[in-house]
Design a protein. Structure first.
Length: 118
């Protein structure tokens, strides 16, 4: 599976951005697709997840109520709609896939930078 993340950019606090993660290759093997983020000088952290079969979603507390993860099965693409962005959301955002519920993440996208100015 190859993942291509896009949609990052510079936005003012309170603004919105939508990230995309397009998957290609053996996409039938994907159980879930997740968004992670890594802020400068910090560890990579989980942001949101969507189960590919039924669209069930999960969010980190830090983004709940502001971010929405969705997917388009026909396009093999996952989205992250980010609203009411805060400076602390500044990070490189990565998408990743795993083949089953308890598996480790096996494929990662290259990351897209989101910068939120105050």
């Amino acid at each position: 599976v190859q993942l291509q993340a896009s949609g990052g950019g510079l936005v003012q606090a309170g603004g919105s951005l939508r990230l995309s993660c397009a998957a290609s290759g053996r996409t039938f093997s994907v159980y879930a697709m997740d968004w992670f983020r890594q802020a400068p000088g910090k560890e990579r952290e989980f942001a949101a997840s969507i189960r590919w079969s039924d669209g069930r979603v999960y969010y980190a507390d830090s983004v709940k109520g502001r971010f929405t993860v969705s997917r388009d099965n026909a396009k093999n693409t996952m989205y992250l709609q980010m609203n009411n962005l805060k400076p602390e959301d500044t990070a490189v955002y990565y998408c990743a896939t795993k083949g089953s519920e308890y598996a480790s993440y096996d494929y990662w996208g290259q990351g897209t930078l989101v910068t939120v100015s105050s």
